[in-house]
Design a protein around this ligand. Sequence first.
Ligand code: ADP
Length: 454
Amino acid sequence: MNSPLTAPLLQMTLRAEPDIFVLRQRGREVATAVGLEYQDQIRIATALSEVARDLVRAVGGADVAFRAAGVEEGSPVLRVDLAPLRPFGPAGYEPTSGAVARLVDTLDLTPVGGVTVIRMSRRIPAHAEALTPQRLAELRAQLAQSAPASVLDELTSQNEQLIAALDEVRSQRDELAVLNEELEETNRGVLALYNQLSEELEETNRGVVALYAELDEKSAQLKAASESKSRFLANVSHELRAPVTAVIGLARLLADSASDPLTGEQARQVGLIRSSATDLLALVNDLLDLAKAESGRIEPDWTEVDLRVVFGQLRGTLRALATRPGVDLVVEEPPSPATLRSDETLLTRVLRNLLHNGLKFTETGEVRMRADLVDGRWRIVVSDTGAGIAPDQHERIFEEFYQVPGSTSGAGTGTGLGLPYARRLAMLLGGSLGVTSEPGRGSAFTLDLPVDGA
Ligand code: ADP
């Protein structure tokens, strides 16, 4: 029942000690022939000689057969069956060296035709030459011809193999030591990095926490300072208003035709007192307004406001101010419907302020106000053809008391409080106030307001 595939590649008998060497040598020969790798050749040969020694001692020897198995299944192995001369005792067979089983893929006892044989196998690598029936026949013929070497030869080659194996073990051990060292080094590095990072993180965290604390403290201080400034301004202006109003009243009385007549010089001086007091009152009033707006004490009175009405009133009241012959005041009619939710008084104040400035700083040309609905918001632009404002001053003019150097000459007096106040009011109304301007080309102040209030 031996087919060309399963027929033994080589058979031999094992009876005495010298046969062990022969078996070892021939085992390696068969292993080489079927394509096992060098290391595997040594492994299976060593396993064979170990088991053979056991068998010679325990049961007087064995009949040995080498086969290629599993070829048809696509997982070829070299299989060696060692059929003992006498049956094993009741304890069965256990290799003397426990390491033998590790040298091969399988090592077990298998019943074959009523006899328990020791069977070992080792996988033939996929890249080995294919074991076709023809190739197997060739191998059988080749193995049948080759004569076993002498015991001495086998011993020599065994020694060489042992030395090679030892060398390999040593070099592997050295490699392992180097690898271990590298691994330890890397571990140390990673650990150091980790420690450094977590230290840095902790440090940063501490810094951030401290920074926040400082920031909180500073903003509390800032709030307190701003509140006391507003309070101070409100109190001072309030206290100043009454005496200044009295000075104006008294000056008016002195200059009145019903009073005692004044000399020309006296009349001029009283006139100066009155105009200075009027300027002072304007400043005090502006301060009071601004302080109120800043302290949040102004509560807008939200109503439906019609821009056409507001524009109409401003057109009327400011016409009186537009006294320069070369300057036109143009208040365009807003597109209809021109309604929004806002506070009419505050809105009028902002626009009057802007128009007033326009008229004040424009020598020739026009001051124009127009309103447009853009993306669901009102955009009211007050533009003029006046002196214009340099870009680096665009934000500064919204600071309290700031006046562009040289801008007020010939433009009459001012307090530098109008724009900061107007911007405050714009914010209270839920909007914003900004400027675009170029020196020599005029300015455009844009008030942006929501349609439905803040
Ligand atoms: P005031 O007009 O009382 O000086 P404002 O706060 O209203 O104060 O304006 C601040 C400054 O901004 C003005 O002094 C002026 O230098 C500049 N400014 C405001 N409006 C205009 C404008 N329409 N054209 C040129 N400069 C302007």
